[in-house]
Design a protein. Structure first.
Length: 353
Protein backbone atom coordinates (compact mmCIF):
# COMPACT_ATOMS: atom_id res chain seq x y z
CA UNK A 1 0.00 0.00 0.00
CA UNK A 2 1.27 3.51 -0.85
CA UNK A 3 -1.05 5.55 1.36
CA UNK A 4 0.75 7.64 4.05
CA UNK A 5 -1.42 7.93 7.19
CA UNK A 6 -0.43 9.24 10.63
CA UNK A 7 -1.98 7.18 13.45
CA UNK A 8 -2.25 7.64 17.16
CA UNK A 9 -0.08 5.01 18.96
CA UNK A 10 -3.05 3.13 20.44
CA UNK A 11 -4.91 3.00 17.13
CA UNK A 12 -1.78 1.88 15.32
CA UNK A 13 -1.48 -1.07 17.72
CA UNK A 14 -5.10 -2.08 17.13
CA UNK A 15 -4.80 -1.84 13.33
CA UNK A 16 -1.52 -3.77 13.33
CA UNK A 17 -3.18 -6.60 15.24
CA UNK A 18 -6.16 -6.55 12.89
CA UNK A 19 -3.92 -6.72 9.83
CA UNK A 20 -2.00 -9.64 11.36
CA UNK A 21 -5.26 -11.49 12.00
CA UNK A 22 -6.45 -10.80 8.45
CA UNK A 23 -3.20 -12.17 7.06
CA UNK A 24 -3.63 -15.35 9.07
CA UNK A 25 -7.20 -15.74 7.85
CA UNK A 26 -6.17 -15.63 4.19
CA UNK A 27 -3.51 -18.32 4.45
CA UNK A 28 -4.07 -21.31 2.22
CA UNK A 29 -5.73 -23.91 4.49
CA UNK A 30 -3.85 -26.70 2.72
CA UNK A 31 -0.51 -25.25 3.76
CA UNK A 32 0.57 -23.79 0.43
CA UNK A 33 1.64 -20.37 1.72
CA UNK A 34 0.13 -17.01 2.54
CA UNK A 35 -1.69 -16.58 -0.76
CA UNK A 36 -3.35 -18.86 -3.28
CA UNK A 37 -1.09 -19.70 -6.25
CA UNK A 38 -2.41 -18.90 -9.71
CA UNK A 39 -2.67 -21.89 -12.02
CA UNK A 40 -3.41 -21.91 -15.73
CA UNK A 41 -5.87 -24.60 -16.85
CA UNK A 42 -6.41 -25.19 -20.54
CA UNK A 43 -9.63 -27.00 -21.37
CA UNK A 44 -8.96 -29.21 -24.41
CA UNK A 45 -12.43 -28.90 -25.95
CA UNK A 46 -16.06 -28.17 -25.12
CA UNK A 47 -17.88 -30.15 -27.77
CA UNK A 48 -18.48 -33.35 -25.78
CA UNK A 49 -20.46 -34.06 -22.63
CA UNK A 50 -17.39 -35.57 -21.01
CA UNK A 51 -15.24 -32.47 -21.38
CA UNK A 52 -18.09 -30.15 -20.46
CA UNK A 53 -18.43 -32.15 -17.24
CA UNK A 54 -14.72 -31.77 -16.57
CA UNK A 55 -14.95 -28.02 -17.16
CA UNK A 56 -17.77 -27.83 -14.63
CA UNK A 57 -15.75 -29.65 -11.96
CA UNK A 58 -12.56 -27.55 -12.26
CA UNK A 59 -13.68 -24.32 -10.47
CA UNK A 60 -15.04 -26.24 -7.48
CA UNK A 61 -11.84 -28.26 -7.21
CA UNK A 62 -9.81 -25.06 -7.37
CA UNK A 63 -11.87 -23.59 -4.55
CA UNK A 64 -11.47 -26.73 -2.44
CA UNK A 65 -7.69 -26.80 -2.98
CA UNK A 66 -7.08 -23.08 -2.57
CA UNK A 67 -5.79 -22.09 -6.01
CA UNK A 68 -6.66 -19.21 -8.29
CA UNK A 69 -7.50 -20.02 -11.92
CA UNK A 70 -6.64 -18.63 -15.31
CA UNK A 71 -8.48 -20.69 -17.94
CA UNK A 72 -8.48 -21.10 -21.70
CA UNK A 73 -9.97 -23.52 -24.24
CA UNK A 74 -7.81 -24.86 -27.06
CA UNK A 75 -10.78 -26.44 -28.91
CA UNK A 76 -8.87 -29.56 -29.94
CA UNK A 77 -6.22 -27.49 -31.75
CA UNK A 78 -2.56 -27.82 -30.77
CA UNK A 79 -1.78 -24.35 -32.15
CA UNK A 80 -4.39 -22.89 -29.80
CA UNK A 81 -2.93 -24.82 -26.87
CA UNK A 82 0.56 -23.48 -27.58
CA UNK A 83 -0.79 -19.92 -27.87
CA UNK A 84 -2.84 -20.29 -24.69
CA UNK A 85 0.22 -21.53 -22.83
CA UNK A 86 2.20 -18.45 -23.94
CA UNK A 87 -0.60 -16.30 -22.53
CA UNK A 88 -0.42 -18.19 -19.22
CA UNK A 89 3.33 -17.52 -19.03
CA UNK A 90 2.81 -13.80 -19.64
CA UNK A 91 0.13 -13.77 -16.92
CA UNK A 92 2.61 -15.14 -14.40
CA UNK A 93 0.99 -18.46 -13.57
CA UNK A 94 2.87 -20.72 -11.17
CA UNK A 95 1.76 -23.97 -12.79
CA UNK A 96 -0.19 -25.29 -15.77
CA UNK A 97 -2.75 -28.09 -16.18
CA UNK A 98 -3.42 -29.19 -19.75
CA UNK A 99 -4.80 -32.09 -21.77
CA UNK A 100 -2.94 -32.04 -25.09
CA UNK A 101 -4.89 -33.95 -27.73
CA UNK A 102 -1.84 -34.10 -30.02
CA UNK A 103 0.58 -35.74 -27.62
CA UNK A 104 3.62 -35.44 -29.90
CA UNK A 105 3.46 -31.77 -30.89
CA UNK A 106 3.32 -30.44 -27.31
CA UNK A 107 6.96 -31.35 -26.51
CA UNK A 108 8.60 -27.96 -27.34
CA UNK A 109 6.05 -26.14 -25.18
CA UNK A 110 6.78 -28.49 -22.27
CA UNK A 111 10.49 -27.77 -22.69
CA UNK A 112 9.81 -24.03 -22.57
CA UNK A 113 7.76 -24.35 -19.39
CA UNK A 114 10.50 -26.46 -17.83
CA UNK A 115 13.14 -23.79 -18.50
CA UNK A 116 10.88 -21.27 -16.76
CA UNK A 117 10.39 -23.68 -13.83
CA UNK A 118 6.63 -23.74 -14.33
CA UNK A 119 5.43 -27.26 -13.41
CA UNK A 120 2.97 -29.00 -15.72
CA UNK A 121 0.35 -31.64 -15.03
CA UNK A 122 -1.38 -33.29 -17.96
CA UNK A 123 -4.77 -34.88 -17.47
CA UNK A 124 -6.33 -37.58 -19.65
CA UNK A 125 -3.35 -37.69 -22.04
CA UNK A 126 0.38 -38.29 -21.67
CA UNK A 127 2.95 -36.46 -23.83
CA UNK A 128 4.98 -38.70 -26.12
CA UNK A 129 8.18 -36.87 -25.14
CA UNK A 130 9.11 -34.17 -22.64
CA UNK A 131 8.80 -34.07 -18.89
CA UNK A 132 5.79 -33.21 -16.74
CA UNK A 133 5.37 -33.25 -12.98
CA UNK A 134 2.51 -35.75 -13.13
CA UNK A 135 0.13 -37.33 -15.61
CA UNK A 136 -3.40 -37.86 -14.29
CA UNK A 137 -5.32 -40.37 -16.37
CA UNK A 138 -6.73 -43.86 -16.24
CA UNK A 139 -5.09 -46.89 -17.81
CA UNK A 140 -6.30 -46.42 -21.37
CA UNK A 141 -5.02 -49.82 -22.46
CA UNK A 142 -7.41 -51.32 -19.93
CA UNK A 143 -10.25 -49.46 -21.68
CA UNK A 144 -9.56 -51.35 -24.89
CA UNK A 145 -9.10 -54.64 -23.07
CA UNK A 146 -12.36 -54.29 -21.10
CA UNK A 147 -14.29 -53.43 -24.27
CA UNK A 148 -12.77 -56.44 -26.01
CA UNK A 149 -13.62 -58.80 -23.17
CA UNK A 150 -17.19 -57.51 -23.02
CA UNK A 151 -17.85 -57.90 -26.74
CA UNK A 152 -15.93 -61.16 -26.98
CA UNK A 153 -17.96 -62.64 -24.15
CA UNK A 154 -21.33 -61.41 -25.41
CA UNK A 155 -20.63 -62.63 -28.96
CA UNK A 156 -19.36 -65.99 -27.85
CA UNK A 157 -16.05 -65.37 -29.61
CA UNK A 158 -17.55 -65.16 -33.11
CA UNK A 159 -18.78 -62.46 -35.47
CA UNK A 160 -17.86 -58.99 -36.73
CA UNK A 161 -17.31 -55.83 -34.70
CA UNK A 162 -16.57 -52.22 -35.58
CA UNK A 163 -14.14 -50.12 -33.54
CA UNK A 164 -14.83 -46.38 -33.90
CA UNK A 165 -11.40 -45.02 -33.07
CA UNK A 166 -10.35 -41.63 -31.78
CA UNK A 167 -7.29 -39.82 -33.08
CA UNK A 168 -4.22 -42.02 -33.45
CA UNK A 169 -2.08 -38.90 -32.95
CA UNK A 170 -3.27 -39.15 -29.35
CA UNK A 171 -1.80 -41.72 -27.00
CA UNK A 172 -5.35 -42.44 -25.82
CA UNK A 173 -6.45 -43.44 -29.31
CA UNK A 174 -3.35 -45.58 -29.75
CA UNK A 175 -3.64 -47.24 -26.34
CA UNK A 176 -7.31 -48.15 -26.76
CA UNK A 177 -6.83 -49.36 -30.32
CA UNK A 178 -3.74 -51.46 -29.68
CA UNK A 179 -5.13 -53.08 -26.53
CA UNK A 180 -8.47 -53.90 -28.18
CA UNK A 181 -6.80 -55.47 -31.20
CA UNK A 182 -4.28 -57.42 -29.12
CA UNK A 183 -7.01 -58.79 -26.85
CA UNK A 184 -9.19 -59.82 -29.79
CA UNK A 185 -6.31 -61.53 -31.59
CA UNK A 186 -5.26 -63.42 -28.46
CA UNK A 187 -8.57 -64.31 -26.81
CA UNK A 188 -11.20 -64.11 -29.57
CA UNK A 189 -9.56 -65.01 -32.90
CA UNK A 190 -12.98 -65.88 -34.34
CA UNK A 191 -14.04 -62.21 -34.23
CA UNK A 192 -13.26 -59.91 -37.16
CA UNK A 193 -12.45 -56.31 -36.17
CA UNK A 194 -13.01 -53.38 -38.52
CA UNK A 195 -11.06 -50.37 -37.24
CA UNK A 196 -12.48 -47.03 -38.37
CA UNK A 197 -10.35 -43.95 -37.64
CA UNK A 198 -12.73 -41.15 -36.68
CA UNK A 199 -10.41 -38.51 -35.17
CA UNK A 200 -12.78 -38.05 -32.18
CA UNK A 201 -15.29 -36.50 -34.63
CA UNK A 202 -18.96 -37.47 -34.42
CA UNK A 203 -19.77 -36.88 -38.10
CA UNK A 204 -16.79 -38.92 -39.27
CA UNK A 205 -17.70 -41.79 -36.95
CA UNK A 206 -21.32 -41.83 -38.13
CA UNK A 207 -20.34 -41.76 -41.79
CA UNK A 208 -17.85 -44.60 -41.43
CA UNK A 209 -20.25 -46.72 -39.40
CA UNK A 210 -22.96 -46.23 -42.00
CA UNK A 211 -20.56 -47.27 -44.76
CA UNK A 212 -19.41 -50.30 -42.81
CA UNK A 213 -22.98 -51.50 -42.23
CA UNK A 214 -23.67 -51.12 -45.96
CA UNK A 215 -20.85 -53.54 -46.79
CA UNK A 216 -21.17 -55.77 -43.70
CA UNK A 217 -24.81 -55.76 -42.53
CA UNK A 218 -24.10 -58.63 -40.13
CA UNK A 219 -22.08 -56.47 -37.71
CA UNK A 220 -22.81 -57.68 -34.16
CA UNK A 221 -20.67 -55.41 -31.98
CA UNK A 222 -19.51 -51.79 -31.82
CA UNK A 223 -16.73 -50.36 -29.67
CA UNK A 224 -16.86 -46.55 -29.45
CA UNK A 225 -13.57 -45.23 -28.07
CA UNK A 226 -15.48 -42.37 -26.46
CA UNK A 227 -18.97 -40.94 -26.30
CA UNK A 228 -18.25 -38.64 -29.25
CA UNK A 229 -19.79 -41.38 -31.44
CA UNK A 230 -22.83 -42.08 -29.25
CA UNK A 231 -25.56 -40.06 -30.96
CA UNK A 232 -24.66 -41.09 -34.50
CA UNK A 233 -24.33 -44.75 -33.55
CA UNK A 234 -27.78 -44.81 -31.95
CA UNK A 235 -29.34 -43.08 -34.96
CA UNK A 236 -27.86 -45.63 -37.36
CA UNK A 237 -28.98 -48.58 -35.25
CA UNK A 238 -32.49 -47.13 -35.10
CA UNK A 239 -32.58 -46.54 -38.85
CA UNK A 240 -31.61 -50.16 -39.43
CA UNK A 241 -34.21 -51.47 -36.94
CA UNK A 242 -31.44 -52.91 -34.77
CA UNK A 243 -32.46 -51.36 -31.44
CA UNK A 244 -33.76 -54.63 -30.04
CA UNK A 245 -33.20 -56.40 -26.69
CA UNK A 246 -30.01 -58.44 -26.12
CA UNK A 247 -32.10 -61.60 -26.28
CA UNK A 248 -33.01 -60.85 -29.91
CA UNK A 249 -30.57 -62.39 -32.43
CA UNK A 250 -30.50 -59.05 -34.31
CA UNK A 251 -29.10 -57.19 -31.28
CA UNK A 252 -25.84 -55.30 -31.82
CA UNK A 253 -23.81 -55.08 -28.62
CA UNK A 254 -22.41 -51.59 -28.02
CA UNK A 255 -19.70 -50.63 -25.53
CA UNK A 256 -18.44 -47.08 -25.09
CA UNK A 257 -15.87 -45.11 -23.07
CA UNK A 258 -16.53 -42.10 -20.79
CA UNK A 259 -19.35 -42.78 -18.34
CA UNK A 260 -21.29 -39.61 -19.08
CA UNK A 261 -24.86 -39.41 -17.71
CA UNK A 262 -26.35 -40.04 -21.17
CA UNK A 263 -24.45 -43.32 -21.53
CA UNK A 264 -25.64 -44.52 -18.14
CA UNK A 265 -29.25 -43.68 -19.04
CA UNK A 266 -28.83 -45.47 -22.37
CA UNK A 267 -27.57 -48.60 -20.63
CA UNK A 268 -30.62 -48.54 -18.37
CA UNK A 269 -32.87 -48.10 -21.41
CA UNK A 270 -31.20 -50.95 -23.30
CA UNK A 271 -29.87 -48.69 -26.07
CA UNK A 272 -26.22 -49.53 -25.37
CA UNK A 273 -24.78 -52.33 -23.28
CA UNK A 274 -21.72 -51.03 -21.44
CA UNK A 275 -19.25 -48.20 -20.97
CA UNK A 276 -15.99 -47.57 -19.16
CA UNK A 277 -16.42 -44.75 -16.65
CA UNK A 278 -13.60 -42.26 -17.15
CA UNK A 279 -13.43 -40.10 -13.99
CA UNK A 280 -14.07 -36.50 -15.13
CA UNK A 281 -14.49 -35.34 -11.53
CA UNK A 282 -11.19 -36.87 -10.38
CA UNK A 283 -9.33 -35.51 -13.40
CA UNK A 284 -10.33 -32.02 -12.26
CA UNK A 285 -9.48 -32.69 -8.63
CA UNK A 286 -6.13 -34.41 -9.01
CA UNK A 287 -4.92 -32.31 -11.92
CA UNK A 288 -5.08 -29.28 -9.61
CA UNK A 289 -3.94 -31.28 -6.57
CA UNK A 290 -0.68 -32.31 -8.23
CA UNK A 291 0.11 -28.94 -9.80
CA UNK A 292 -0.35 -27.29 -6.40
CA UNK A 293 1.84 -29.97 -4.83
CA UNK A 294 4.53 -29.19 -7.40
CA UNK A 295 4.33 -25.47 -6.62
CA UNK A 296 4.65 -26.32 -2.92
CA UNK A 297 7.81 -28.36 -3.60
CA UNK A 298 6.36 -31.78 -2.86
CA UNK A 299 7.51 -34.94 -4.64
CA UNK A 300 5.95 -38.35 -5.28
CA UNK A 301 7.14 -41.88 -5.88
CA UNK A 302 5.65 -44.86 -7.75
CA UNK A 303 3.24 -46.97 -5.73
CA UNK A 304 -0.27 -47.01 -4.30
CA UNK A 305 -1.90 -43.67 -3.41
CA UNK A 306 -4.26 -42.75 -0.59
CA UNK A 307 -7.12 -42.34 -3.09
CA UNK A 308 -7.34 -45.86 -4.49
CA UNK A 309 -5.07 -45.49 -7.51
CA UNK A 310 -1.49 -46.35 -8.40
CA UNK A 311 1.34 -44.07 -9.49
CA UNK A 312 3.59 -45.67 -12.12
CA UNK A 313 6.87 -44.49 -13.60
CA UNK A 314 6.39 -44.13 -17.34
CA UNK A 315 9.93 -42.98 -18.06
CA UNK A 316 12.53 -40.76 -16.44
CA UNK A 317 10.84 -37.48 -15.61
CA UNK A 318 7.27 -38.72 -15.99
CA UNK A 319 5.04 -40.26 -13.32
CA UNK A 320 1.43 -41.21 -13.98
CA UNK A 321 -1.37 -41.52 -11.44
CA UNK A 322 -3.68 -44.12 -12.93
CA UNK A 323 -7.14 -43.53 -11.54
CA UNK A 324 -9.80 -46.23 -11.40
CA UNK A 325 -12.09 -46.58 -14.44
CA UNK A 326 -14.61 -49.41 -14.01
CA UNK A 327 -16.59 -51.20 -16.69
CA UNK A 328 -20.28 -50.31 -16.28
CA UNK A 329 -23.05 -52.73 -17.31
CA UNK A 330 -26.79 -53.16 -16.96
CA UNK A 331 -26.67 -55.73 -14.15
CA UNK A 332 -23.21 -55.22 -12.66
CA UNK A 333 -22.39 -58.89 -13.26
CA UNK A 334 -18.77 -59.98 -13.86
CA UNK A 335 -17.56 -60.21 -17.46
CA UNK A 336 -14.97 -62.87 -18.13
CA UNK A 337 -14.43 -63.16 -14.39
CA UNK A 338 -13.69 -59.42 -14.03
CA UNK A 339 -15.98 -57.18 -11.92
CA UNK A 340 -18.29 -54.55 -13.39
CA UNK A 341 -20.39 -51.78 -11.82
CA UNK A 342 -24.15 -51.53 -12.24
CA UNK A 343 -25.27 -48.56 -14.34
CA UNK A 344 -27.23 -46.87 -11.53
CA UNK A 345 -24.50 -47.15 -8.88
CA UNK A 346 -24.21 -43.82 -7.04
CA UNK A 347 -20.42 -44.12 -6.87
CA UNK A 348 -20.27 -43.26 -10.59
CA UNK A 349 -19.70 -39.56 -11.26
CA UNK A 350 -22.18 -39.73 -14.13
CA UNK A 351 -24.94 -40.41 -11.62
CA UNK A 352 -24.06 -37.36 -9.52
CA UNK A 353 -24.11 -34.46 -11.95
Amino acid sequence: MNHRVLLRPGLATVLTAALFMTGCATRDPSGGGSSAPTVGVDYPRSDTDFWNSYIKYVPQSAKDLGVELKTSNSQNDIANLISNTQAFISQGVKGVVMAPQDTAAIAPTLDQLATKKIPVVTIDTRPDTGNVFMVVRADNRSYGTKACQFLGTKLGGKGKVVMLQGDLASINGRDRTEAFNECMKKDYPGITVFGEAADWKADVAASKLQTRFASDPDIKGIYMQSSFALSGTLQILKQRNLQVPPTDPKHVFVVSNDGIPEELKDIGAGLIDATVSQPADLYAKYGLYYVKAAIDGRTFQPGPTDHGSTIIKVRDGVLEDQLAAPLVTLDGAPIGGAPTVKFDDRSLWGNNT
